[in-house]
Design a protein around this ligand. Structure first.
Ligand SMILES: C[S@@+](CC[C@H](N)C(=O)[O-])C[C@H]1O[C@@H](n2cnc3c(N)ncnc32)[C@H](O)[C@@H]1O
Length: 309
């Protein structure tokens, strides 16, 4: 769309080419620099739809794809086999390397499961191949500690209460963060230690409380402490009334949108599901683009965001 041209036939019958000049408002609505209209979820396979996005156009991708061998999403969407998963998914990361801005980030929430007594290693294969084959860099990995989860069956396996969150960037130096937007209150005990002039940063103990290490700043930051790499987001099952089989909780996209984007930035969710990312983006005054293969879920997203708009 960037170099769109059209033809006009003059009175003499000569064919002239001219550039279509779009008024600014139309250009903004169409997300001309993005390639797709903003604040919309598109029906189709994200692997194909991703090709329509312009180079260096997206500020943040935050998503939770179908995990392998788990939920059926209806509408003929196949349940992913863990053995084919990486080959299926990798093309999206090649595209992301192209359409993500240098200042942008890609947040991937994913999980694996045990099958026939062994935990499948497709997530580890995926991360390895993303880093080795697409040029995206793995900035960090976080743990989502689920406040509630179903108990595991079987004698030996412990109750599984975590999911992975991987943070990819195009450029480890240029990607942006707004850490002040996600600072958290200090523990009472930490504030006391600051007052008693023991220098330190928070360290988290086994029981989840924090204390100060002997190194670091002597004053608490006025906006609070830096968050740690373990998140305690609620699970999507807490979203009563949403008829999607596997939504994440808005806390997850909201947190990363606050940390990694500014107002007006563009957030993409290539597996939009019931619209949690769209809702979070709009609430935080960002714009969104979504892809979703099941039309029922697109309707769900539209109904949901009407309440925000
Ligand atoms: C884990 S769910 C995402 C849930 C979403 N985060 C929410 O909170 O509602 C994954 C979604 O991806 C969709 N999906 C599966 N394969 C897809 C594909 N190739 N392209 C686009 N969407 C796809 C499924 O229909 C499902 O709604």
């Amino acid at each position: 769309m960037e170099n769109e041209t059209s033809q006009i036939i003059g009175e003499s019958g000569n064919v002239k080419e001219f550039k279509i000049v779009q008024p600014l408002l139309f250009e903004e609505k169409m997300g001309k620099k993005v390639g797709l209209e903003l604040n919309k979820t598109y029906l189709g396979n994200c692997m194909e739809l991703a090709k329509k996005l312009s180079d260096n156009s997206i500020d943040l991708i935050v998503t939770s794809p179908p995990y392998a061998d788990t939920v059926s999403y209806g509408n003929g969407v196949e349940v992913m086999n863990p053995d084919n998963y990486v080959d299926w998914f990798l093309p999206l990361f090649h595209e992301a390397k192209r359409f993500l801005k240098g200042s942008g980030s890609f947040i991937l929430n994913i999980n694996d499961r045990a099958n026939n007594g062994e935990r499948h290693i497709y997530v580890y294969e995926l991360i390895t191949r993303i880093v080795k084959e697409t040029g995206l860099k793995l900035f960090d990995r976080y743990i989502w500690f689920k406040k509630s989860a179903l108990p595991m069956t079987g004698e030996k396996r412990l109750n599984d209460r975590i999911e992975y969150i991987f943070h990819f960037v195009k450029d480890t130096k240029k990607f942006k963060t707004n850490t002040d937007a996600v600072r958290e209150p200090y523990e009472e005990i930490s504030l006391k230690r600051f007052k008693s002039k023991v220098h330190g940063n928070d360290i988290v103990k086994n029981d989840g409380t924090t204390e100060l290490s002997q190194r670091g700043s002597s004053k608490p930051h006025p906006l609070g402490k830096k968050p740690i790499t373990v998140f305690r987001f609620d699970t999507g099952s807490a979203l009563r009334g949403l008829k999607h089989p596997a939504p994440y909780h808005p806390q997850l996209p909201e947190w990363f949108i606050k940390w990694l984007t500014d107002e007006g930035d563009i957030v993409l969710d290539p597996f939009m599901g019931g619209g949690t990312t769209a809702e979070a983006a709009l609430k935080l005054k960002r714009k969104y683009i979504g892809f979703e293969i099941n039309p029922e879920y697109i309707k769900m997203t539209e109904d949901r965001i009407k309440k925000v708009l």
